[in-house]
Design a protein around this ligand. Structure first.
Ligand code: NAP
Length: 292
């Protein structure tokens, strides 16, 4: 089975690569990085390529049957996704598993949600065996705010209504099943763990684990932009502001059918946020001198 991972070095894709390796399935990575290219060891392979440059993909698809596709958060995301699909179709790839985002009514005004719609549409209207994984907010996003959490604040303004979040390892498990087994073709799955998490409950989970006060910084998007998002380009800050405003006003709630279908794909219950926090807290404590 010849699998190409586009996004295989990222948060979700790296778990897909290791889960496939654990199943004895070697993969090929597409990467823009010469360092990654040099570091990948047999039986895995890597090729240099960039979705912003269609010509650079020429060698990536040689002999490939299945593609795991991540389109990174970017102002050229739609074009990148369409480029990947066209290259895959030209190369005769049989199956594509695409990492998309959980959507609810009203979310299409969020740029990194709407940028995925044409990519999904192209898959749905193609003849290829596609599986679309619409993942909700990843637990692992919190790793970007480690230093705030250790300092006693949960700063992501996700609001007080609650969102169903998901562990990236569960998204990866779902991707591995969809890549390696049949029965999930031409399907769209929404992935999220059943626990509804708010800014307050997330802060409380870190507080319990770290055994120190961790408070939710609140819903103030100006404050978030001034403190957490200072290094982000404006287009990204604006995009996240719309996302967080949506979470604050509507939450992100999956339904019982989503959970049932997801469990059939995963083959196990999704990982719980508390367990994720326990494992991360050990790391946070170990790294603390470097973070504060
Ligand atoms: N975070 C969430 O809560 C969440 C939830 C649902 C869906 N998503 C979606 O998941 C996607 C991001 O996934 P992730 O967080 O796993 O990725 P990530 O950690 O941001 O890593 C990005 C990956 O994409 C590759 N990449 C970036 N630009 C590329 C380009 N121009 N050409 C080829 N490869 C490129 C990178 O590879 P190299 O650096 O090796 O080239 C890397 O493997 C986004 O579409 C996001 O909207 C995120």
């Amino acid at each position: 089975m010849n699998i190409l991972l586009i996004g295989g070095t990222g948060t979700v894709g790296s778990h897909v690569a290791s889960a496939l390796a654990a199943h004895g399935v070697p993969v090929r990575f597409l990467t823009r990085s010469r360092e990654t290219l040099a570091a990948v060891q047999k039986p895995q392979e890597a090729v240099l390529g960039d979705l912003n440059d269609a010509d650079s993909l020429r060698h990536a698809f040689r002999g490939i049957e299945s593609l795991f596709l991540v389109t990174a958060h970017s102002i050229t995301e739609t074009g990148q996704g369409l480029t990947a699909i066209h290259a895959a179709l030209d190369a005769g790839v049989r199956r594509i598993v695409y990492l998309s985002m959980a959507v609810a009514p009203g979310m299409m005004r969020i740029p990194h949600v709407s940028s995925k719609a044409p990519i999904e549409h192209t898959l749905i209207t193609s003849r290829i065996e596609y599986t679309i994984l619409r993942a909700s907010n990843l637990f692992q996003n919190d790793r970007c705010v480690d230093e705030f959490i250790v300092g006693g604040t949960y700063p992501s303004p996700i609001g007080r209504l609650g969102i169903h979040r998901i562990d990236a390892r569960d998204v990866a498990d779902a991707a591995v099943t969809a890549l390696t087994l049949s029965g999930h073709e031409r399907r769209i799955y929404t992935l999220g763990a059943p626990e509804l998490l708010t800014g307050e409950t997330i802060a409380a989970a870190y507080e319990r684990c770290l055994d120190r006060r961790v408070r939710y910084a609140g819903d103030d998007l100006e404050l978030w932009e001034r403190t957490v998002a200072t290094g982000m380009p404006k287009w990204k800050r604006d995009d996240y502001r719309i996302l967080y405003r949506f979470y604050q006003e509507h939450g992100l709630v999956l339904d019982s059918r989503d959970f049932m279908e997801q469990e059939a794909l995963l083959g196990h219950e999704p990982r719980r946020f508390g367990h994720y926090v326990t494992s991360v807290c050990r790391e946070l404590v170990a790294q603390e001198p470097a973070l504060v």
